[in-house]
Design a protein around this ligand. Structure first.
Ligand code: SF4
Length: 648
């Protein structure tokens, strides 16, 4: 009987083509779990402080989750990790699909690459035997075609699983990611560029090794209980009704605590696109490069993004490995190249409200185009919005933009600009590395229009609507993430039902209270970070976690898989240790944690004077200090210092 984890990793040196298996002691899993924790452990210990993110000393890891393949639900996510060329610090991105169990079936919890290959290669593992193969014939091919070609080439009785980069990663775009399952992207941190710099086109896995767990019957019982919550699905509103709900809630002075089951109902019916218009109406979606509001993108304009309209193109639901919910979808008809994944909320808003483009066909087209290129849709849309604002303010002219009239809502120009970014051609070459680099290249005080935290373009959740987002954008070792915590997320995780000492949120509260920095909020935010480290160590999906820790038994699954007998509080300590490890990586690599403070506009400095978020300012500096204090780090600098030595 096993323990959920495989107990070893594969190190591949691309410079000399050698392989080495490393046994990982049980104590490492007990301290860091697997997934992002194991990835962080390897990077912290083996990437030298002066490593160039795009040089041979950087390490790129593909890591599975501890619970992947054990029979637990929502636990099929894999992580790619490495020193980020976008932030200069710790980088990771995780993704669903079917790649995570394939790593473990090869006998490893993770596969890590060092060095740089002389020529394009891909890693091929068949029945546990690893080899590097020539990838010259697929270098330059888009990510979806690459995956199809490699599957065709290597299918006998089984289809292999593939993770790969597209042309954006090959061209070392700092906003490129890694793709699997025909266009699902581990998009953030710019790790596609690291893969491209190593001339590693793909990882192709085809093995059928067993994934063992200590107590499978117990896992099955827990999964059956969890699945009952997932399958409960009442009649629900129409897409139009969701928008109206957003508008009504915006007008109320009070807010009720969110139960994530409501979000689950929505995700099951529409996926994340359900939130398109709702989020614009309520003030959650940034508009016009964070300088506009819901009043700039009202119903008459945004109706093209109605989720019911998008669903008309969906021909099948898409489920990641071990997922009973299936928030994804396969769409046909709208994509010039045939069928593709349904665009996500983040993609839709980045390509619509952020640029005032309401042409749905262009959003479908660009979603497919960017997935094929292997470029982060959030960062691409944000960079276009930045460029439009530069154009509006005379910082860029038509001579600079190769003749493009970069105005708000100009669909044709937006499409052409993104094509140029993918090709790194003309103005596209200046923009292809995201807003921070673009502002450095353009100069002329254009950085005021660059909406990022530590180099990472901000996601599509407005921190003036939920100040918890602002905090996590600023303090996470991987800054600018919407996937870790917010005030709303804390309500949905329901951690107080499992973790002793955590506060229960008020059922109803004044909206104005969200903007007061308090110790209670810092405790809640720290809990979100710790919990997400546990979830990412397990390979868990946050949409599953949103139904609540009392309904998705992540702590209990971990005990049943490993045979440990840890309490939820002990798992949260592991989450704290992983956070400290990642922060220590950043300190080691010369990052000043305070430099991750996001663009002042995004925290209401100065405040908006109209719209859903009018007159709202986030006390970000106080919140950052309070948060670091909760970890026992230096509250003034965010440096773990002594705390790191104590727990690493
Ligand atoms: S809820 Fe969505 S993202 Fe999460 S595992 Fe299921 S299909 Fe994948």
């Amino acid at each position: 009987m096993g323990t959920g984890y495989m107990g070893k990793i594969l190190m591949v040196n691309l410079s000399d083509g050698s392989f080495e298996e490393l046994q990982i002691p049980d104590a490492v899993y007990e301290k860091y779990l697997s997934g992002a924790g194991l990835g962080g452990f390897i990077l912290y210990n083996y990437v030298p402080a002066d490593a160039d993110p795009l040089g041979p000393d950087n390490i790129l890891g593909f890591v599975s989750g501890l619970l992947t393949g054990t029979g637990s639900l929502f636990t099929g996510r894999w992580m790619v990790c490495g020193k980020s060329p976008l932030t200069g610090g710790y980088g990771e991105a995780n993704c669903g699909g079917n790649f995570s169990p394939a790593i473990k079936r090869c006998g490893y919890d993770g596969i890590f690459f060092t060095g740089i290959s002389e020529r394009p290669v891909y890693l091929y593992i068949k029945n546990g035997k690893a080899e590097l193969r020539d990838a010259s014939h697929i270098w330059g091919t888009d990510a979806i075609e690459t995956e199809k070609l490699l599957i065709d080439q290597h299918t006998d009785r089984r289809k292999p699983k593939v993770a790969c980069i597209g042309p954006a990663g090959e061209k070392r775009s700092l906003i490129s990611g890694v793709s699997n399952d025909l266009g699902r992207m581990a998009a953030r941190s710019g790790l596609g560029a690291v893969m491209g710099s190593k001339r590693l086109k793909a990882v192709v896995l085809d093995s059928a090794g067993k994934i063992e767990a200590k107590n499978r019957p117990e896992i099955r019982t827990l999964s059956e209980k969890c699945n009952k919550w997932v399958q409960f699905q009442p009649w629900f509103l129409s897409g139009k009704g969701v928008r109206i709900l957003g508008a009504l809630l915006r007008m109320l002075p009070v807010q009720t605590a969110m139960d994530g089951m409501l979000l689950k109902f929505i995700l099951r019916k529409w996926g994340t696109i359900a939130l398109n218009q709702y989020s614009i109406e309520i003030g959650d979606a940034p508009v016009k490069n964070w300088g506009g509001s819901n009043l700039d993108f009202q119903k008459e304009t945004s109706d093209t993004l109605n989720p019911d309209e998008i669903l008309k193109s969906e021909t099948a639901k898409y489920h990641c490995y071990s997922c009973p919910l299936g928030c994804g979808g396969i769409c046909k008809g709208k994509f010039p190249s045939g069928e593709s994944h349904k665009p996500e909320y983040e993609t839709v808003i980045a390509l619509s409200a952020m640029t005032l483009n309401n042409d749905l066909d262009s959003i479908f087209y660009l979603n497919d185009r960017l997935n094929r290129a292997g470029m982060d849709t959030i960062s691409a849309g944000s960079t276009v919005a930045f460029a439009i604002e530069c154009f509006e303010n005379g910082i860029l002219s038509k001579e600079d933009t190769d003749g493009l009239e970069l105005t708000w809502g100009n669909t044709g120009a937006i499409v052409k600009l993104i094509e140029k970014m993918i090709a790194r051609e003309g103005i596209g070459d200046i923009l292809a590395d995201g807003v921070k680099k673009a502002a450095e290249r353009i100069g002329k005080n254009s950085s005021q229009y660059a909406m990022h935290a530590g180099g990472q373009e901000l996601p599509m959740h407005d921190s003036r609507f939920d100040p918890g987002f602002a905090l996590h954008y600023a303090v996470e070792p991987t800054p600018g993430r919407h996937t870790i915590g917010s005030q709303l997320y804390y309500e949905m995780y329901r951690l107080w039902t499992r973790v002793k000492g955590l506060p229960r949120p008020w059922l109803m509260y004044l909206k104005t209270s969200k903007y007061k920095a308090t110790e209670k909020k810092a405790i809640e935010a720290a809990a979100c970070s710790k919990f997400m480290n546990v979830l990412n160590g397990a390979g868990g999906c946050k949409f599953g976690a949103f139904i609540g820790a009392d309904r998705m038994p992540i702590f209990e699954w971990l005990n049943a898989a490993t045979g440990w007998n840890k309490t939820p509080n002990e798992y949260m300590e592991i989450g704290k240790r992983i956070q400290t490890l990642k922060q220590s990586f950043n300190i080691k690599h010369g990052i000043d944690p305070k430099s991750f403070r996001p663009n002042p506009r995004t925290v209401g400095q100065p405040p908006m004077t109209q719209g859903a978020n009018e007159y709202r300012t986030v006390n970000i500096d106080r919140m950052m200090t309070d948060y670091w204090e909760q970890f026992g780090w230096d509250p003034g600098t965010g440096n773990p210092a002594g705390a790191a030595r104590d727990i690493l």
